[in-house]
Design a binder for this molecule. Sequence first.
Ligand SMILES: [Zn+2]
Ligand SMILES: [Zn+2]
Length: 102
Amino acid sequence: MSNSLRKARSDRKRRRRPTLIERDGNVCHYCKRPPEQVARRQLTEDHVIPRVMGGPNALWNIVLACFACGQRKGHRLPTCCCPVCERAVAIFAATPRTTEVA
Ligand SMILES: [Zn+2]
Ligand SMILES: [Zn+2]
């Protein structure tokens, strides 16, 4: 990957982060702990519908999660029933899958 491409990608992440924090607060989506209280002292972006299941890299499909919660969730659908996760599941269910094999 070229340097300019890598920079463009990290810029996009940085721009998205304030929107996520505004929506969910600067806490882990699952355990609600702030970065200061979690392992590695940082929150990562977690896909509500896992990428391996075809979940897109869209804002409605992304929440902030601490390392432990991200690991625990793994590549599974969310078990929490909050509006954000329920909405993501609903949008995903209504989206036609083009990669699906008959
Ligand atoms: Zn957590
Ligand atoms: Zn949730």
